[in-house]
Design a protein around this ligand. Structure first.
Ligand SMILES: Nc1nc2c(c(CN[C@H]3C=C[C@H](O)[C@@H]3O)cn2[C@@H]2O[C@H](COP(=O)(O)O)[C@@H](O)[C@H]2O)c(=O)[nH]1
Length: 295
């Protein structure tokens, strides 16, 4: 058992080698790497709030930074993506205290995010926020600061049941831990924990970055898989093709980091690719959808 991110990188490389439905266009890596700006703009948080509120906001946002498989069924304000809808709801209300999280109901959550209380995602969000409340003994900032760096914090979160993100695969389990890693990265970029080890994080394996990589010709999906995605069919979370999309994208970004003419990191390229995914030419085509609490 190496470090969390060593294990993730090794598993993703294994899947990229064995994948049947997704391939990396190796000839595209060099030229594509040169097109990507190496530096990551800072991620948004609550700029004028105190550090406790900022730490609470960031950890609560990433505790529920999932649901992309349900996003087409969410009430979304005009021009806002699924994630941005959730982010705005939390930003408007402000984060809860740990004590409030423990008592939170799906009605409270639905009201905060402008959704139907009966929506399955509101029940899942409530559960994940309740669970977070039981893990934080008062101060979110103290919890974060008790960690000596990014990989240490990601490793702690990865051990919490509601942050688990490990998929089955014929040759063995595939840990990807998208939310544990992005939560640690966000706290470091917000200056709330030391950025030690930020360069060791991998891609945050969601559904948008693989979509950008496919449309830009870095990943190739087989015809059957592409047809199912274009038809808006849900992929089963943990199915071989769903694991291959996420893990092969993660490995492709490792190759892009190494091929990049400047020093950069997987989390920096993640931000570039994820924000690029908000552009019309990417939004014009369906990306894969899977109903999971992982992304
Ligand atoms: N790879 C990667 N995936 C990310 C993010 C974010 C937002 N994070 C930053 C923004 C503010 C915070 O400061 C965070 O740093 C959300 N997602 C994923 O996207 C999907 C939703 O997409 P759409 O349907 O378009 O909203 C969903 O699976 C969600 O989990 C990221 O940064 N990288």
């Amino acid at each position: 058992m190496g470090s969390l991110t060593d294990d993730i990188r090794a598993a993703a490389a294994r899947v990229a080698r064995e994948a049947r439905s997704v391939r990396i266009a190796d000839a595209r890596i060099e030229s594509y790497a040169r097109e990507l700006p190496p530096e990551a703009p800072p991620t948004p948080d609550l700029p004028d709030a105190d550090d406790e509120t900022r730490a609470a906001f960031s950890l609560q946002l990433n505790a529920i930074n999932f649901g992309s498989g349900w996003f087409p069924t969410l009430n979304k304000p005009p021009g806002l993506s699924g994630f941005r809808t959730i982010e705005r709801g939390l930003r408007t209300r402000g984060p809860w205290t740990a004590k409030q999280l423990r008592a939170l109901t799906r009605e409270d959550v639905a009201r905060t995010f402008g959704q139907d209380p009966e929506h399955e995602l509101m029940g899942l969000f409530a559960l994940h926020l309740n669970a977070l409340g039981t893990k934080i003994d008062g101060s979110f900032q103290a919890f974060a600061a008790a960690h000596d760096g990014v990989e240490h914090l990601a490793t702690t979160l990865a051990q919490w049941e509601t942050w688990r993100d490990v998929s089955p695969y014929p040759s063995g389990d595939v840990p990807l831990f998208k939310r544990a890693q992005i939560a640690a990265a966000d706290l470091a970029l917000a200056g709330l924990i030391a950025p030690t080890g930020l360069e060791r994080l991998t891609l945050f394996a969601d559904n948008l970055v693989p979509h950008v990589l496919r449309l830009d010709g870095v990943l190739e999906f087989d015809d059957d898989l592409r047809a199912r995605i274009d038809a808006g069919a849900l992929l089963a979370h943990g199915s071989p093709e769903e694991v291959e999309i996420r893990a092969t994208a993660l490995h492709a970004v490792e190759l892009l980091v190494h091929a990049h003419p400047r020093a950069t990191t997987a989390s920096a390229l993640d931000w570039v690719l994820w924000t690029r995914g908000g552009e019309p030419r990417y939004k014009a085509h369906p990306r894969h959808r899977s109903r999971t609490t992982a992304y």
